[in-house]
Design a protein around this ligand. Structure first.
Ligand code: ZN
Length: 457
């Protein structure tokens, strides 16, 4: 036993949902947990170009919870700036990250050219990152540095998502990453944890619940029927990872059971399509009920009427098809991607509907529209928002406040501290307050740059 004190440095994903980046130090060992992009307004996103607040060459290991951009987006920059340690995640997280980073690199390069500056990173650093990247299955204990081991637990958030439980000197430190909105139609529920000493936990919905989830598929069905009745266009901005596959799963069910009339449904996102192919071959991670449907011969992500728009021309050709029609397109927060040209074309018509099925970060176009902006600016044009705006919060990929509190409750007897991060400040603070008041456990919402001691005695 060394009786070191470990420390956690809160660098990113504090005072903010996105940009997760935490540093755990123990003796002379330095372990990063996630290395994500900040997502939000263009000004906020400029922060991604800043130097890391540590020397990447000093980092021994990077542990990755899951493949969302706000957890992986700056990994190639970390490598470009000198990181040469080992990266660990589940196999699915590595495979999806390769696709997500590749897609992001093209967008970043395009933006950099437009703005006349260097891109965030050169594309070759994605390859280098993947060469440093090892995979481990859930539930295998691995001593990845002398005296420090970890075990990955299913976070039920996206395919491959993991909570990272780190063991040092008999103490357990849990980084939750993002926690799913269980039960998901596809993935297992958030796994139970026990005997945890410290939790660094997400708090996106730390101040609110999502409402009745059993009803969400019915709500989606109603929105679709209404749009068809109005002979309109239904636009659904989707995140390529998980939300797309969940919505496809539910549309598959509606179409195959004839709950909605046959209308063209476009998956207008090459990235979402690539990720869906990974889902199709990873069904061993799905819950038993869903595996049963798949084993009966149904591809749950494909159905009559579904059209994949591979190219830009395919995407533009959607405009030529008369309504009613349904368009799933990225990006999920409307801060880029093909959803933008559809919004430009269809937002001004009250027959159409824009449906939000995920979190909209402040500063994004999606957030302005969702909070009721009557007019927005798209491609230098003023666009009046006359389409119906609808949100189904129950489709969120994140656990609601009650689930977060219940998650902590299961291990409250051994907990010494909970640090609420990856939320807007009001949300993180609300969750910390509930954990203190309802569970009697020390909890705080640390600001960016804070360092806390993790006593191991
Ligand atoms: Zn996530």
């Amino acid at each position: 036993m060394h009786n070191y004190t470990a420390q956690i440095h809160f660098f990113g994903g504090t005072d903010n949902v996105t940009g997760a980046n935490f540093l755990l130090t123990y003796g002379d060992k330095k372990i990063l947990i996630d290395c994500g992009m900040i997502q939000g307004s263009p000004e906020q996103e400029l922060r991604n170009y800043e130097d890391f607040p540590y020397d990447p060459a000093d980092i021994d290991v990077l542990l990755v919870t899951h493949a969302h951009q706000d957890h992986i987006g700056r990994i190639p920059k970390l490598v470009q700036d000198g990181f040469a340690g080992t990266i660990y995640s589940t196999a699915a997280t590595k495979e999806i990250s390769a696709v997500m980073l590749d897609d992001a690199a093209d967008i970043l390069a395009f933006e950099a050219t437009k703005e006349g500056r260097d891109p965030l990173y050169e594309k070759k650093y994605i390859e280098q990152a993947l060469a440093l990247w090892k995979v481990i299955p859930y539930h295998n204990t691995l001593e990845f540095l002398p005296g420090i081991s970890m075990i990955l637990r299913d976070a039920g958030h996206v395919l491959g998502s993991a909570m990272i439980e780190i063991h040092i000197e008999g103490k357990k430190i849990l980084f939750t990453g993002d926690l799913g909105n269980s039960p998901s139609p596809l993935l297992h529920d958030i796994e139970n944890v026990q005997d945890i000493d410290y939790i660094i936990m997400e708090s996106v919905y730390g101040d609110r619940n999502h409402g009745d989830r059993t009803n969400r598929s019915h709500e989606l069905e109603m929105v679709i029927k209404e749009t068809i009745f109005n002979n309109g266009v239904l636009m659904i901005p989707v995140f390529s990872l998980e939300r797309t596959q969940e919505i496809l799963f539910e549309l598959n069910d509606m179409v195959e059971h004839k709950r909605i009339p046959p209308v063209p449904i476009y998956l207008d996102s090459p990235l979402a399509e690539r990720v869906t192919r990974i889902y199709e071959k990873s069904t061993e991670f799905f819950k038993p009920e869903t595996r049963k449907i798949i084993n009966s011969g149904d591809n749950v992500f494909d159905f009559p009427g579904l059209r994949i728009s591979a190219t830009k021309e395919d995407s533009q050709a959607i405009n030529d098809v008369a309504p009613p029609k349904i368009i799933l397109a990225g990006s999920g927060m409307m801060n880029g991607g093909r959803i933008i040209h559809h919004a430009l074309r269809y937002l001004e018509d009250e027959k159409n509907t824009l449906l939000f099925v995920g979190f909209q970060a402040p500063g994004t176009l999606g957030s302005s529209i969702q909070s009721g902006a009557g007019k927005v600016r798209i491609y230098r044009e003023d666009v009046r928002v006359r389409a119906r705006i609808h949100s189904i919060p129950a489709y969120s990929g994140h656990a609601g406040a009650d689930e977060l509190v219940d998650f902590v409750r299961q291990t409250k007897d051994t907990l010494r501290a909970v640090y609420c991060v990856m939320g807007e400040p009001s949300s993180s603070q609300a969750l910390a307050r509930r954990i203190r008041d309802e569970l009697g456990v020390y909890a705080d919402a640390p600001h960016e740059g804070v360092v806390v001691d993790i006593p191991l005695k």
